[in-house]
Design a protein around this ligand. Sequence first.
Ligand code: SF4
Ligand code: SF4
Length: 100
Amino acid sequence: MVAIIESDCTGCDLCIPHCPFEALLPLLESPPNRTKAKRPVVVVESQCVGCLSCIGSCPTQALHELITPPSAAKSPLLNPPKPPQTEPVNRWKKGGLRWA
Ligand code: SF4
Ligand code: SF4
């Protein structure tokens, strides 16, 4: 799986089209006390399959690989937390980002 360090994420959105599973989405609202002007992008864990297609797409290295727990019963893929509220992103309609 992957994770994003919120304080290192500028909200540039460059990583979004690198995810074929639409697991990288902008938060609907910036968290309180955020110092950067733009809202961050988050990993929607229920949609991330850990393919690592997005690795390397982040210019600030906010996006990084997480080691999956050795016991499958502990994997966040099996029991993902409630997804955060995110902005819709046009991926596949006319003018959409598509897949990088
Ligand atoms: S690891 Fe794969 S599924 Fe998960 S966010 Fe990155 S590209 Fe998407
Ligand atoms: S590419 Fe990096 S800095 Fe830009 S939105 Fe994605 S995680 Fe944030």
